[in-house]
Design a protein around this ligand. Structure first.
Ligand code: SF4
Length: 267
């Protein structure tokens, strides 16, 4: 893993993501190295030609930018993060995310966290000081083999579930982003996963896999190594339109309805 430093001009940036006004990305690149990552498009501008997941640049002056941006921007919901993971391993050493949250809590900005790292539990004290906050975990499968294959640098699923429980028990609103649901492999243990989430999240968002930003090459390579027997069906199911996802939509809705979990299905 190549860790570098980079300056930034601003840190609170407008976002087109539904439900949030801004995104804060304290790092460029992501050590979680998910093979389906949509943020891989960043390599058009940064670390051209390098493998996504092999570099992380720390925005060293992010705190100075935040002090300025928090004064300047109108109040709105801020997502951590949209094209990186704010709690990836580098955060343990650099504490950039924590330093930014410390400023935001004083400026009363609502914050939404979306991560795949249990490191976020380090900031439970700080996050509990926000008037409006929601902590979410992305989970694509209940199966650790799937996690190791597709999200090699991220926290194990059990750690994510334990972290959600911890925040929920502490009275902090929580959610799970179940996506991208990967054809066939995300279905392994899906009902058990929802049984666990039913008592520790306030809502669930579900999305399908989209082939974009050049992610198919990495997905295909992962399937060739770990799931060669389903490569062709996986490819077919990932197309648009997809009979597989049409059927999965109904199945997922039934499982969520049975457990009375509030949800948004995005496909
Ligand atoms: S955690 Fe998010 S940003 Fe990081 S590699 Fe995975 S999908 Fe991409």
């Amino acid at each position: 893993m190549k860790i570098g430093e980079t300056p930034c001009k601003s840190i609170i940036n407008s976002s087109g993501i539904e439900g949030v006004d801004y995104a804060v990305n304290p790092y460029i690149g992501c050590a979680h190295a998910c093979t389906y990552c949509y943020a891989k498009f960043m390599t058009r501008w940064y670390h051209k030609g390098e493998k996504w997941g092999s570099f992380v640049d720390v925005k060293k002056n992010a705190k100075d930018c935040m002090l300025r941006d928090a004064e300047k921007r109108r109040r709105g919901v801020i997502l951590f993060s949209s094209v990186t993971d704010a709690y990836q391993p580098a955060e343990k050493k650099y504490e950039i995310t924590r330093s930014l949250l410390e400023i935001l809590v004083d400026h009363d900005f609502p914050v939404e966290i979306l991560t795949k790292s249990s490191l976020v539990t380090r900031d439970l004290d700080l996050l509990s000081r926000f008037d409006e906050v929601e902590v979410g975990f992305t989970i694509t499968s209940f199966d650790e083999k799937v996690r190791r294959a597709f999200e090699p640098g991220a926290s194990p699923i059990e750690e994510r579930l334990d972290a959600l429980k911890l925040f929920s028990d502490a009275g902090i609103p929580t959610y799970a982003f179940l996506g991208p649901l990967l054809p066939f492999v995300s279905e392994l243990g899906f009902e058990d996963l929802l049984n666990r989430l039913a008592s520790s999240v306030g809502r669930v968002i579900v999305d399908r896999l989209n082939i974009k930003a050049g992610n198919w090459k990495n997905i295909e390579a992962t399937l060739e190594v770990h799931y060669p027997e389903i490569l062709d069906e996986f490819k077919e199911a990932s197309r648009e339109p997809s009979v597989y996802y049409d059927l999965l939509r109904g199945k997922v809705r039934r499982i969520l309805d049975e457990r009375a979990i509030p949800h948004d299905i995005l496909f």
